[in-house]
Design a protein around this ligand. Structure first.
Ligand code: FNR
Length: 420
């Protein structure tokens, strides 16, 4: 905090805007129209996006002076370890839209602040490369439960082998939301071969692609030589397709390998048939802690406990899945009460400032996850931009804690809140 103010005294301008609306506006200028629409957008008329934000206005913080708050500590206990801050990075797919270094830059920024990074199943780099970019960083792997159990098992094996600390299974995307901005731009990054690096680097997925490409090749055509390297190379061509437009793009996807990879991805990336009963399989595939992301109903939180999971992640995907959905902050108190400390609760959707994080923590969240804001920092200034967004959030959280009369995160409870 004092570092940030001192930089101001010396006239050093911030790298990214401090105000969260200004940050979003700056990202709007830095990114392509498609990338910004994809990242900033929500489902339908974006009423869930707005409601997530509005809900924070229902709570006020109650300042308490004269309590000696000169030594403050933002650390929390999470999944059996002490973390220096209560922030986590939410999984964001297709970050190559924001910056070419995408997940590698994010992983480095997160590691430099000791913030655990949840790496998306739809990331732009394979999880092993993300580990190599920031080997000391704490990572979790986010899984979209694939229609292929073999692929699920393979992804979780790789997550474990590459040092992830937990598996986050996202439950709210068994169907892709009605994303109006993307529909108007006819933009789905995956169909252009972006955001599928975890898949194309996976041996099980490569086998599925080979089977599909073989089936799609007419029997009188000369045999296509399909090696794992060729699959990866083919998909690289498709990824570079974002630089192509119109006919060029269509041509690159017309060659059998990238097209088969994209089509295979679209077939297997999720399954609307998933039920509570299926979750038990994840326990066979991994010994890592399992967190369920996308819980918004208190009964589902209890069902998650009954299923024996290690954590609950309250999220409505940042308002990107259902319009007019319940805002996450509105359901946090009831879920926290029913869970009663038995497992940690991660909270996200709509956190834009340190004071938002303070309110969520006071209402029972163990940790608070950030989504869009760090992608805006990434789009504006790469790794340094991500770092600055996170430092600003932490500085404001630290100030808010101290001004509320607290010195530890556990001091943030109902006692610091008043309903507006
Ligand atoms: C997401 N989110 C997401 N969630 C997930 O489980 N896997 C994913 O790959 C993605 N991808 C993704 C991309 C983009 C561009 C956005 C904005 C969001 C949802 C994300 O993890 C988180 O739940 C929300 O972003 C939190 O809301 P805020 O902080 O963006 O309001």
């Amino acid at each position: 905090q004092s570092e940030i103010y001192r930089a101001g005294i010396s006239g050093t301008k911030p790298l990214v805007p401090v105000d969260s609306d200004a940050l979003e506006a700056a990202a709007g200028k830095a990114l392509s129209a498609e990338a910004f629409a994809y990242i900033a957008g929500g489902a339908g008329a974006e009423r869930t996006v707005a409601a997530n934000r509005a809900e924070f206005g229902r709570w006020q913080l109650w300042p308490r002076p004269l309590r000696d708050v000169s030594a403050r500590d933002l650390s929390i206990e999470f999944l059996g370890a002490t973390r220096p801050t209560p922030l986590l990075l939410a999984p964001l797919g297709v970050m190559e839209m924001a910056h070419p270094e995408a997940d590698l830059a994010v992983a480095r920024a997160a590691a430099s602040l000791g913030i655990p990074y949840t790496l998306s199943n739809q990331a732009s780099f394979p999880m092993e490369e993300v580990r190599d970019a920031a080997p000391a960083g704490s990572r979790m792997f986010q899984l979209y439960w694939s229609a292929s159990d073999e692929l699920n098992a393979s992804l979780l094996r790789r997550a474990e082998a590459s040092g992830c600390e937990a598996i986050v299974v996202t439950l709210d995307t068994h169907l892709l939301g009605w994303r109006t901005r993307d529909l108007d731009l006819a933009y789905l990054p995956f169909t252009r071969g972006m955001g599928i690096a975890q898949y194309t680097s996976d041996p099980v997925f490569q086998q599925l692609v080979r089977e599909r490409a073989r089936a799609a090749t007419p029997s009188d055509a000369p045999p296509v030589k399909i090696t794992p390297k060729a699959v990866a190379a083919g998909v690289t061509i498709a990824r570079k397709g974002r630089a192509l437009t119109g006919a060029g793009l269509r041509d690159s996807l017309r060659s059998p390998l990238p097209r088969a990879a994209v089509e295979t991805f679209l077939d297997v990336f999720s399954t609307p048939a998933l039920t509570w009963g299926d979750l038990a399989k994840a326990r066979e595939w991994t010994s890592l802690p399992i967190i369920l992301k996308g819980i918004v109903h208190p009964d589902d939180a209890i069902a998650a406990l009954d299923a024996g999971v290690d954590g609950i992640w309250i999220s409505n995907h940042g308002g990107r899945q259902i319009d007019q959905s319940v805002p996450t902050l509105a359901v946090l108190p009831t879920i926290a009460e029913r869970v009663a400390g038995r497992v940690p609760i991660v909270f996200d959707s709509g956190v834009r400032q340190g004071s938002d994080a303070a309110i969520a923590l006071a209402l029972g969240a163990t940790a608070v996850a950030i989504g869009r804001p760090y992608s805006y920092g990434l789009g504006i200034a790469g790794e340094a931009g991500v770092r600055e967004v996170l430092r600003n959030l932490l500085a404001e959280l630290d100030i808010t804690l101290g001004l509320s009369g607290g010195t530890r995160i556990t001091d943030l409870d109902r006692g610091v809140l008043r309903e507006a």
